[in-house]
Design a protein around this ligand. Sequence first.
Ligand code: UDP
Ligand code: MG
Length: 328
Amino acid sequence: MPEKQDKEATALREPPYLVVTVPCYNEEAVLGETSEVLAAKLEELIKAGQVTAESSVLFIDDGSQDATWSIIERLHEANPIRFHGAKLAHNKGHQNALLAGLTLAYQNGEDVVVSMDADLQDDPNAIDEMVRDYREGVEIAYGVRDNRDADTAFKRGTAHMFYKALSAMDTDIIPDHADFRLMSRKALAALLNFREENLFLRGIVPSIGMEHAEVHYKRGERHAGESKYPLHKMVSFAVEGITSFSTKPLTMITGLGIVSVIIGLIMLIYTVASVGMGHAVAGWGSMMVSLWLIGGFILLALGVIGEYIAKIYQEVKHRPRFIIETTI
Ligand code: UDP
Ligand code: MG
C-alpha cells in the first residue's frame, strides 16, 4: 500500500463535509457527554476552516433497549444540523451498525466519514490530524492506539493474541487499530463494493489499498456505562475475523493428513524390519500401521474437500476483483 506522499508536494484539498458516525448500543449513560464533546470538536474544526459548516454527527442506534434512541431524537430536535440519527430495527452488532452508518453517510453525499465508538475511549482530538491527513491527500486515516493501559490486562492480552493470529493467517490487519478511522468518499465507494454478508471492517478496509496514514492516540477509559463486548462476543468477533479472511484452518487439515501418513509409513517400515529380525509382537504392527495410514488417508480426503470448500467460499463472497484508485 502506498504511504502518504510528501506533504508539501500538493495543494491542500478543500475543507471536507465531515460526518462522524457513532454506533450506539444501550449507551444512554454516555451519550449526553459524547454528543457535547463531538459537537464542540466539530465547532472547533468549522471555526478553524478545516471542515464545512454542515458537518455533523450521525448516531446509529443498534437496536438498543434503553433510552438511547430518545436521547438521539432529543439531540436532533435541539440541533437538527449537527445531530442526525438512524435506528436499526434489531441489534445487529457493532460491525453492522458501523456499516449502516457508513452507507448512510455515503448516501448523504459527505466527503469524509470518521467512525468512532460512543464511549469516548477513542480520542476525538485525533480527528484533527485525520482531517489534516485527508486534506493532504490520503484516502484512509487509521487511528492507532499507542497505549492500552485503560484496558484490563485480560483485554490487552486477548487483543494481542487476536492481532497475532490474524497476521499469521495472511490478513492485512493494522495492529492496535480498532474501528476509529477516517475514510474519504472514494475509499467508501470501494468499501461498499464488498457485498459479503459477514463484513469484518478491520480486515477489509486495509485490503482496499489506497493512500493512507496512521494517527496515533492514547486510548482512554470508557467514560460511562459498561463494555458491550463481553467475553462471548469477543470470541465470536475473533472467530469471525479469522474465518472471514482466511481459509487456512481448512487447508491445515491437508498438512495433518500428510503427517499422519508419514507416521504410518514409518510404522510400516519398523514393523517389516522387526518381522525380519524375528522379534515382532503379534498383531501390534498391523494395528498401528492401519490406524495411522487409514487416519492419514481420511484426513487427506477431508483436506481435498476443504480445498474445494475454500474455493467456493472465496467465490460466493463476490469480492471486487480490482479497485481503481485514479484514472487520468
Ligand atoms: N456496539 C454496537 N452494537 C453492539 C455492541 C456494541 O453498536 O451490539 C457499539 C457500542 O455502543 C460502542 C462500540 O460498539 O459504541 C464499541 O463497544 P464497546 O465500547 O462496548 O466495546 P469495547 O471498547 O469494550 O471493546
Ligand atoms: Mg469501548
